[in-house]
Ligand binder design. Sequence first.
Ligand code: GLN
Length: 547
Amino acid sequence: MTKYIFVTGGVTSSLGKGIIAASVAKLLQARGFNVTIQKLDPYINIDPGTLNPYEHGECYVTDDGAETDLDLGHYERFLGKPTSQANNVTTGRIYQTVINKEREGAYLGKTVQVIPHITDEIKRRITLLATENEFDIVITEIGGTVGDIESLPYIEAIRQLQWENGKENCIVVHLTLIPYLKAAKELKTKPTQHSVKLMNENGLSPDIIVCRTEEPINGDIKRKIALFCNVTTDAVIEANDAETIYDVPLHMMRENLDLICLDKLKMRLRNEPDLKNWKTFLQKLKNPTSKVTIGLVGKYVELQDAYKSILESFVHAGAMNNCKVEVRNIHSEHIDKDNCKTQLSGLDGILVAPGFGNRGIEGKIEAIRHARENNIPFFGICLGMQCSVIEFARNVLGFPTANSTEMDIHTAYPVIDIMEDQKNIIQMGGTMRLGAFECELDIDSKSYEIYARKHISERHRHRWEFNNNYLEEFEKAGMKAVGKNPKTSLVEIVEIPSHPFFIGAQFHPELKSTVENPHPLFVGFVKAAIEFGQKIKHPSKLESVNN
Ligand code: GLN
């Protein structure tokens, strides 16, 4: 039978519930258990696909095309296993299902209510994941903070699941904040007591309390929390600030969080945790032998969560190359022809980010021109790739007003155009080209060299594409389509072979980079940046090495 671990949050948001959930999952996986993580989000949107990045950070996309919360990115990066539509459910989706059923007459004349109909649907979504996949353990993270009005049906659903399945099959890990008051030189437990009390009022009590803190928690404070929150003392876990999120599983192991979970779930130990690859990664991450500076050109750079997966991919690819990757955020709206050189000086590589709409587009195009003309390693993702096509059309092919029809519907040179099957879509949510698609690589290309295989599958989230009517002209002038969808011929990757590293990908490679399997394109890009830096900064040294 599948066992359940629920992760709730108390006192404040942004405590890192996703990282704690992913860390517990990693430790249990390392001990030989088949584990998955699910996120239940209490907001009304059907999914985060229609949310602005300022609102919600990056929208993560799964292989099966679900637009999901960015925590799913952490789950995949930690576990190295793909998630799916079923791993992220919002209140909007729960209500949509219930309302659709009501319209079908499925409730046979009954009054449809939060309890039992909404809570039943929440329970169904939790257990569905277990029954469909035979997981040993499903970890379910509840978004928001205990005490929020919108979290109540979730708390009630967990209470019912616990009652139905027994406490030894369903446990609650409550992540909370223990603030340190500088003036009093004291750690304060009262907010935690209050948040547990709020949970108790709804019939639920935590089994384990994970305390986020900036100061070490001593035995007395642990006992105090245990006493007032009604948990065993060993179940009060300290979660200090970590140097990197990838340290958290090891911190949690030191605190025995995995063993305490298994004990409370009455599960027998399988093996000692196998974290060899994880530790090798950390070792490399913390002991870099070189450093590169990559410019991240985007319009949401002031908000780190908007490019979460890209930033994490650089962490993975940096470690793989024993290199510290410093990412310099460059706002695309601040780049123009005149300041381009100074804005982009000192960079070893330029990544132009994905995005939607007109804002900042000309800055992106300028940055790409700078990278192309100065042989600076360039990596364009989705809109970044589309901008590289526009730049090439304008400055190499001599189509001065070339554009994407997303930006200029009347352009005389629609080198990026809307996909045929996207033209009549009026409903915005969940209707882009989403999820994993096959791509076939040209064996005579840098991408093939990097992937070391011909057939790849990558995740997508876009409506526009390279306009194949122009392909011949591009290829003649030196920009090649080296990756294509074998069924539709849609262009997936463009390269400029005469440039040391110029790759534009229509898909999102950052969504498939994990700690133990960094994405090859990011690894290749960082490698090219290291080489570029050596050539620029120490040309003589490189020559002597080459001689
Ligand atoms: N706006 C572009 C499109 O829809 C690119 C999307 C993206 O970068 N994810 O095709």
